[in-house]
Design a protein around this ligand. Sequence first.
Ligand code: UD1
Length: 417
Amino acid sequence: MDRIQTRGNIPLCGEVIIQGSKNAALPLMAAAVLHRGTTVLHRCPQILDVEYMSEILRGLGCMVRREGGTLIIDARELSAFCVAPQFATMLRASVLLMGSLLGRCGCARLPYPGGCTIGQRPIDLHLQVFERLGAVVCPEEKGIGVYADTQLQGCNLQLAFPSVGATENAILGAVLAKGTTVLEGCATEPEIAELCRFLNQKGARIEGIGRRRLTITGVTCLQDSQYTLMPDRIVAGTYLLAAAGTRGNISVRGICPGHLGALTAVLQKTGAEVKILRDAICMNAGEAHLPVPSVQTEPYPGFPTDLQSQLMVFLTGADGESRIEERLFESRFLIAEELRKMGAEIAVDGQSAVIKGKNRLKGGIVRAQELRGGAALVAAGLMAEGETVILGSHFIKRGYEDICRDLSGLGADIKEL
Ligand code: UD1
């Protein structure tokens, strides 16, 4: 049961309601550790990364249970500050426990975080943040320890690059620190604003939400809360691109359309008709399928790196040549090789990929090697002639609740094997 089979060449049509956001759920789960009490997260996606994070929290002494779409975390009995490697090495977001454990206990020990195989993913910026807040960083054989003798101390901090994780760790470290932290050069991804809103609802004092400069005034404790997670913009974008590739006509519902501005701009350039509603995007790809001369991935609000593979798949069907430049991760063209097996013409040169469109993909056996690339291969299968088998579907389950359910609801011929 680690495979997905598709039969392609059917335009996707209809409506799909989008799950809660993975990249919002994981930092909120880490943040729950800061509070000696209960956190209730509604619309928490039922995905593997949330399960791994739940196991990590249980290993630290928290009680975590699920009731349908709701996750309940009780961190009163937190009894450890050392994160075991079993699950931590499976997801990148485990590194966020450094900020929250440091804030709650004054120390944290973690193995090097895992996550997708999309190149080197250093954590130097995270560690600089902790040092500026007054902690000592001790590299260990298989991980890192961070320790603070006294309460963390608010400070002025400038991030050299708007790293999502480093911004989140800085927020988590500063919420219970003494005094005020001014954080400049922050990432502005919607998931960071979500973390700030969640923490403020718990009694934190964060100002400047959504901007490059955040001011965090330390508080002594947080309170119990219930929070409904934002929809997953990357899942929504995946389905829009998959539908565009099949020349379909779909609506993604229950979303924040503003979070997908960079994608809708690209879709419009390709000739798709895009209608933006208050909480939905309706897209009719029609027959036009123009190439895109140049797209760069960039920090928000630029085009998201997490939709780059799905875009590449879509562009294999465009009427001409497109170029993608990947500016965030250095090895994020892993699917190019798999797509070539399906007949795509893609030339990769360092951080650039040139995609010669108009070759209809042919079904085949391909292998997912990471989460978003895996979802992109499913989209490729839906565009291709004949049958495609995507191996390694467990990668996709890290971030998609049930990609087969969602896509078959849009008329796709898809099943898990
Ligand atoms: C988060 C997202 C991931 C998304 C990425 C970029 C989560 C759980 N993951 O990952 O899905 O692809 O944002 O939008 O939210 N960097 C350093 N040093 C550091 C930290 C980062 O050099 O200390 C570099 C990274 O190697 C990478 C770039 O900065 O090249 C972006 O990384 P970052 O924004 O930190 O992404 P993540 O938080 O890991």
